[in-house]
Structures are given as C-alpha cells and as structure tokens.
Design a protein around this ligand. Structure first.
Ligand SMILES: Nc1nc2c(c(=O)[nH]1)N[C@H]1C(S)=C(S)[C@@H](COP(=O)(O)OP(=O)(O)OC[C@H]3O[C@@H](n4cnc5c(N)ncnc54)[C@H](O)[C@@H]3O)O[C@H]1N2
Ligand code: MOO
Length: 402
C-alpha cells in the first residue's frame, strides 16, 4: 500500500484555497483576528510637539549660561495648550503631554529650576530640544502601520486605536465543524459503560481551533451507523472545514468515508506517510473541505496542528509562511525512522551550562496517550528513513503552541 508523502498531502489540502470575506469589528475585539486590509494612520502622532516632562518650556539659547532667570508667562498642560508665544527671556510652566508653545524649543525638567513668584531660576542647562517629542515622531498621517494578513496582537490593536481606528477590517472566522464518531464514546461528565471511553478529542480540538482564529462548532457524537452518521453530517452544511474524528481506518465499522462520499464529498486522498496520522483523509464539497482525522487523540491533535492550522491560515489570508521549525540537540538517542514522517512527543530544556536547547523524546510514542501529550512541549520532526541519531545530534523540533 503506497502512502501519500506528507508534503504532497499538505499541498493538496492548501490547493486553491482563497481567503474568506472580510468583516468589520470593533477595534477592542480585533485581537487575534487577521487584518483583511492594510491599516494606515488616520492622524499624526503626536499631533504637536509634546513635552515628555513636567517642567518649563523655554528657549535653549536663554539657558546657555546658568544660573539664568526667566519670566513665567503662562501654563501648558495635557489637553490645555498655551495660546501665546514664548519670547526671549520667557518660560511657560508645562506638564507631561502638554503642547510645547510656539517660540519654545526645549523643556527643562522642574528638578533643575526653582520658581518664585513669576521668576524661574534655571540652575542647570539643557540641550536644545530636550524633553520634547517632536510632532509625528511616533507616526504620520497616511503612514502604513499594519499590513493585511497580520494576526493582530494586543500591541497592534493599541497602535490601531492610537491611529484613530474604531473598527478594523478582518477576515471572517473560518467555521469549523467537529464530528466525533464511535459507539464507544460518551461526552465528558457522563458515566461510561465498562466498554466505553470519554470523547475527549472534540474538547481539545475546539480549544486549539479557537486559539488559531477559527469558530469551532461541535456536532456531537455519531454512532457507528450510517443513519446516525448521515444525520450528523447534514448539520455540517454551512461550514468551511469539517473535521471528523475516528472511523477512518480499515475496520468494518469505519463507515465515515462512505458516508462522506454519499453526502457529496469527493475524497482526494486517504492514508499518508505520517506518524501519528496514517489514516488521514481529505476531501472537498464545493468550498467545504473535510479532513478525516484518525480517532487516536494524539493523532487527531497533531494532524489538526500540521494540516488544519495551515488551512485555517490560508482561509484567513494570514501571512505565516512555512512552519517555524527550530533546532535542538538530542539528550537521548533515537532509533532510525521508518517510512513515515514522524512527529514525536518530546520535552525541551535549556542546558544550564551551555545555554543550548536540548530535547528528549518521551519514552512512549503511542498515539492514544493523552497524559504524555499534555506533558510534552514540542514535537521532534523526523523525515522518513532518517538514520538513527545519537545524543548531541541536532534535530528539528516544532514547539507545541496549542
Ligand atoms: N489493521 C489496521 N488497524 C489500524 C491501522 C491500520 O493501518 N491497519 N491504523 C491504526 C492507526 S495508525 C490509527 S491512528 C487508528 C485510527 O483509527 P480510526 O481513525 O479508524 O479511529 P477509531 O478506530 O475510530 O479510533 C481509534 C482510537 O481512538 C479512540 N477515539 C476515537 N474517537 C475519539 C474521541 N472523540 N475521543 C477520544 N478517543 C477517541 C477510539 O476509541 C480508539 O481507541 O487505527 C489503527 N488501526
Ligand atoms: O498513525 Mo496512528 O495515527 O499512529 O496512531
């Protein structure tokens, strides 16, 4: 049986994917969303030469020699500018954020002067322009501040708000339906029969999909009958991506593929050269894509990370580029790899002596072990037929970001 290589599988999943429509959201709700258009500054910041200190606005030439006495002629505070102009021998009391008045070119911090009645006695000099933030120092009106495709973080929404954007154009969240399948499954919180287990995967997938910027919807658990599968699949009509869990392997209960085809999906591929994740399936129905995930929880989560995340990024028009792989030094030997690309659960550490990033695979790589997955913090990525590796050898790792 020939298995599709990993890169081919990913390329086929991403083939022809276009970004979804844009929608406008309040800037306060825009964090973690992906920008649909470039964002330009709607004003100049700061809009005026602004003081960065509490002190006195004055002309640097007047304090070239100290001590010097200046005449106080007014006050400028944040939100309350001084209307007049500062002439030779004059000073204006100024506060942090206040507009530097016309004629003044410098702010002297108040610790370096004394004020008595209307007389400011300057005891220490200041360079011309000191404590003045020039107009436009942060950004200028019309300047491009954030590029389309950027996944916005808290600093980005701060910047957009500062540039006077109350709403931002972002991509609609991809709708992702999650369907568990199997007579052995009951939802968390219920009492399983002796031959049943808890359906944990939809919970994990929902959390990771939400963090990836999608809108997950759980369709419940379908029993291993065509009737039940068909009924549940009917609820996946209006989705961008359907993730089925389990029933993808070769057992006689593995009806999912058949049900998907009868529901109008064209199956593109089934079974890939990857571990965990060999029985992965992919298909399309119009603009809806389906990824049939293997039922083992680790397989389902890892396949979602390496296939569904790039697809979601493409639907969001997010500029992510290739996986941000890192390199680490092996702490523990690895056997030669088989014919499938292997994503091994592993833990990283910083070597306290050298500062080097070290990594060790967990002892068991069974794709059913959820406690081991939770204790891992990265995946060692091994290409098919990679030779045995010794402690000290370098390997690629993918830090777990879900
Ligand atoms: N003869 C063969 N048997 C198997 C093969 C094979 O190539 N030949 N592949 C194995 C591999 S690899 C995997 S992975 C599994 C995948 O099988 P399925 O995708 O058909 O998944 P199921 O059999 O339905 O379930 C596997 C395992 O996962 C549990 N499961 C399923 N759904 C959930 C859920 N929502 N939450 C938690 N756990 C779930 C299920 O109870 C099974 O224990 O097939 C191997 N077999
Ligand atoms: O490939 Mo299965 O997904 O190893 O456990």
């Amino acid at each position: 049986m020939s298995l599709l290589p990993f890169d081919d599988a990913l390329a086929r999943i991403l083939d022809g994917v276009e970004p979804l429509d844009a929608e406008e959201v309040d800037v306060a709700d825009a964090a973690r969303r992906v920008l649909a258009e470039d964002i330009h500054a709607r004003l100049t910041q700061p809009p005026f030469d602004a003081s960065s200190m509490d002190g006195f606005a004055l002309r640097a030439a007047d304090i070239a020699e100290v001590p010097a006495n200046l005449r106080l002629i007014g006050e400028a505070a944040a939100g309350h500018g001084f209307d007049g102009s500062v002439g030779p021998g004059e000073a204006v009391r100024i506060f942090t954020g206040g507009p530097v008045p016309e004629g003044a070119d410098t702010v002297l911090m108040q610790e370096n002067a004394t004020l008595e009645a209307e007389t400011v006695t300057v005891n220490e000099g200041a360079d011309k322009g000191a404590a003045v933030r020039p107009r436009g120092q942060d950004f200028a009106e019309g300047e491009r501040l954030l590029p389309a495709g950027k996944r916005l973080n808290a600093r980005d929404v701060l910047l957009a708000a500062a540039a006077n954007h109350a709403r931002l154009p972002v991509r609609r969240k991809p709708r992702v339906a999650i369907l568990a399948t199997g007579d052995e499954l009951v939802p968390p919180g219920e009492t399983p029969r002796p031959d049943q287990i808890i359906s944990s995967v939809p919970t994990g997938l929902s959390a990771m999909l939400e963090a990836a910027g999608a809108a997950p919807k759980r369709l419940g658990i379908a029993e291993d009958t065509r009737e039940s599968l068909d009924a549940h699949l009917a609820e996946a009509a209006d989705t961008d991506l359907l993730l089925t869990i389990g029933g993808a392997s070769v057992g006689e209960h593995d009806l999912v593929r058949e049900a998907l085809m009868d529901a109008g999906f064209e199956i593109d591929f089934w079974r890939i050269a990857m571990r965990p994740g060999k029985p992965l399936m992919f298909g399309t129905r119009g603009e809806t894509r389906v990824i049939g995930l293997p039922g083992n929880p680790v397989s389902a989560m890892v396949c979602t990370r390496v296939f569904a995340f790039p697809l979601i990024d493409a639907l969001l028009g997010a500029d992510t580029g290739p996986e941000r792989m890192r390199q680490a030094t092996l702490d523990r030997a690895l056997e030669g790899n088989g014919p499938r690309k292997h994503y091994m659960r592993a833990r990283m550490r910083i070597d306290p002596d050298t500062g080097a990033l070290k990594v060790a695979a967990l002892p068991s790589q069974d794709s059913a072990l959820v406690a081991a997955l939770a204790s891992a913090d990265c995946l060692i990525v091994r290409e098919p037929h990679a030779p045995a590796a010794r402690p000290g050898d370098k390997v690629d790792i993918l830090p777990l970001d879900f």
